[in-house]
Design a protein around this ligand. Structure first.
Ligand SMILES: [Zn+2]
Length: 358
């Protein structure tokens, strides 16, 4: 049975930890509102992402395709058993990262003719870089299965994950947008919005206004932000625009759905501190090592101070097995390194700008 998000809130810790650690467990289904369900797999030695299912009167919309076809097939089984038998008419990629894309083949098998919606940038990125991104992901997983730090109890699951990654078709979006698109289905309205750049240049937000729900991909979710393809300043501006939308529930691309705007406010505060501290270090001419050593403990102290560090750590522990967890401080250090490199590159290129000839 679906778990009611708000009834579950008081049992949060229990919900996170009371689960079997096995690859074949199905997805946890949370009914977030009358038309909206969040589906997330139990704790796995795989990248773990959350899909949203929007139930209309004659069709379904699924947001996020899962990280590989094997995982997505299990999601479809759960969806058919516990949510709805209606055809999936639309699948939305919130952005181009493969942990939100590579499972699309399972949705096309279940509902031939499904349209895949994404931002224009996402389509271009998937077409241009999809295979290279898959190879990068497989190298990362192979290292965890075969490297010196491999966790023996997780190796067979990681090998299956590699096979699933290799056999998953990369499906390009078939319906693209730059600003917005509205789906109408017998009184149910679904807004697909580009609020601006953030986690990538092509992030989408899906809004179900009648239900007070937003689906935010990796713009905001239940773990820490990642900056590989990000513009930190644009991201903050986009989060400010997201904050202007009225909503009661937020479903991010990873972890559990969140009531209200508290997770959004935490991300805004974190990005604000991270970018301010890095800009300060860049302005003093510090090198990367010095900057990272100075900033990471300050960010960790801030995160611990408002309880956010514990919240993220619990979510990380609840989502992924040892080979994928890493440690929170390492992840925050990675954030500082990424943002430092972004600002440093801007600083350097500004310094080297050619002097105009007079
Ligand atoms: Zn992402």
């Amino acid at each position: 049975m679906p778990v009611n998000l708000y009834r579950c809130a008081g049992l949060w810790a229990l919900c996170l930890f009371a689960r079997p650690a096995h690859a074949e467990v199905d997805f946890r289904v949370t009914r977030v509102s009358p038309h909206v369900y969040a589906l997330r797999p139990e704790r796995l030695a795989r990248v773990n992402s959350t899909s949203t299912v929007i139930v209309g009167s004659s069709y379904l919309v699924v947001v996020e395709a899962q990280p590989d076809r094997g995982q997505a097939r299990r999601l479809v089984q759960t969806l058919r058993a516990k949510v709805s038998k209606l055809p999936i008419r639309y699948l939305v990629y919130t952005h181009a990262h493969l942990d939100h894309v590579l499972g699309a083949g399972a949705f096309a098998e279940d509902s031939p003719g499904v349209s895949i919606i994404a931002h224009e940038w996402t389509r271009e990125r998937v077409l241009a870089n999809g295979e290279a991104d898959r190879k990068g992901m497989m190298d990362f997983v192979r290292q965890r299965a075969e490297g010196p730090d491999a966790v023996a109890s997780e190796v067979s699951e990681l090998r299956q994950y590699l096979r699933d990654l290799e056999s998953s078709p990369i499906l390009a979006p078939t319906l693209t947008l730059r600003d917005s698109l509205v789906l109408h289905d017998a009184g149910l309205r679904v807004d697909i919005l580009s609020l601006g750049e953030g986690h990538t240049p092509g992030d989408l937000v899906v809004r179900i206004p009648g239900d007070g729900v937003v689906v935010t991909g990796d713009l905001v979710h239940d773990l820490e932000p990642l900056f590989w393809d990000a513009d930190p300043d644009a991201w903050m501006a986009t989060l400010n625009r997201l904050e202007q939308l009225p909503f009661q529930s937020l479903i991010g691309g990873h972890g559990d759905p969140q009531p209200g705007k508290s997770v959004l406010h935490r991300w805004q505060a974190y990005l604000q501190s991270l970018t301010a501290l890095v800009k300060e270090q860049v302005a003093t001419g510090a090198d990367e090592r010095t900057a990272v050593a100075a900033i990471t403990p300050r960010l960790m102290a801030q995160l611990r101070g408002d309880g956010y560090a514990d919240r993220i750590q619990k979510s990380r522990d609840g989502l992924m097995m040892t080979s994928f967890i890493g440690d929170l401080e390492g992840a925050i250090r990675g954030n500082v390194e990424n943002v430092w490199r972004i600002y440093k590159a801007r600083d350097t290129s500004a310094g080297k700008a050619p002097v105009p000839r007079t």
